[in-house]
Design a protein around this ligand. Sequence first.
Ligand code: HEM
Ligand code: HEM
Length: 182
Amino acid sequence: MRQFPPLYRIWHWLQAVAMFGLFVTVVLRTTVMHKEQIGGIVQSKLAEIGTVISDEQAVLIGKAVRAPMWDWHIYLGIAVAVLLVARILMVLKNGFGFDDNPAMQKVYGLYKLFYGVLAVMSISGLVLYWKLAGESKEIVESVHMYLGWGLFGFMAIHIVGVVLAEKSDQCGLVSRMINGRD
Ligand code: HEM
Ligand code: HEM
C-alpha cells in the first residue's frame, strides 16, 4: 500500500483547494460574472434612469466589476505554480513514491501527465498575466483555456476514480490521504 507522508498530504489538500478555487473563478467568469452580462445589466438599469451608455462602455464597467473576483484566479494560479515547484522538489528528493500495484500504473502515468499540463498552465498563465505573449496572445490563450478545462476534467475523473478505488481493492485510501493511516 502507498504511504502518504505528512508533507505530501498537506501538499495534496492545498493543491485540491487551489484547483477547486480556480474552477469556481472560471465558472463565474464564463457565467454570472461574464463582462457582457454585467455590462448589459448596468446598461439597462442606467437607461431606466435616463443615462445612455454605449456597448463598449458597458463592457468596460462589466470588466471592472469582475476584476476583484478574477484577482482570485491570479492568486490561486500563482499558488498552484508554487505548489508545482514544491512537488518537483519533493519528487527530486524522494521520487514519486508510487507503488508497483499493476492496476495503478496507468493512473500513475496520468498523474505524471497532470504535472506536465500543470507546468504548461503555470507558464502560459504567467505569460498572459505579464502580457509577454505579443502576437501569439490568442494561441497562448487557447492553449491555457483548453488545457485548463482538461485539468478540470482530470479533477472529476480523479474524484470518481478515488471513490471507485476506495470501494474496490483500496479501502481506506481516502483515510490515508487525510490521516496517513487507515
Ligand atoms: C475530494 C477530493 C479529493 C480526494 C478525496 C482525493 C484523494 C486522493 C488520493 C487518495 C490520492 C492518492 C491516490 C493514489 O495513491 O494514487 C490522490 C492523489 C492525487 N490527487 Fe487527489 N483527491 C481529491 C481532489 C484532488 C484535486 C481537486 C486535485 C487537483 C487537481 C488532486 C490532485 C491529485 C494528484 C495530482 C494526485 C497524485 C499525486 C502524486 O502522487 O504525485 N486531488 N488524491
Ligand atoms: C492549473 C492552473 C490554472 C487553470 C486550471 C486555469 C484555467 C483557466 C481557464 C479555463 C481560463 C479561460 C477562462 C475563460 O474562458 O474566459 C483561464 C484564463 C486565464 N488565466 Fe488561468 N488557469 C490556471 C493558472 C493560471 C495562472 C498561474 C495564471 C497567472 C498567474 C493564470 C492567468 C490567467 C489569465 C490572465 C486568464 C485570462 C486569459 C484571457 O484573457 O483570455 N491562470 N485560466
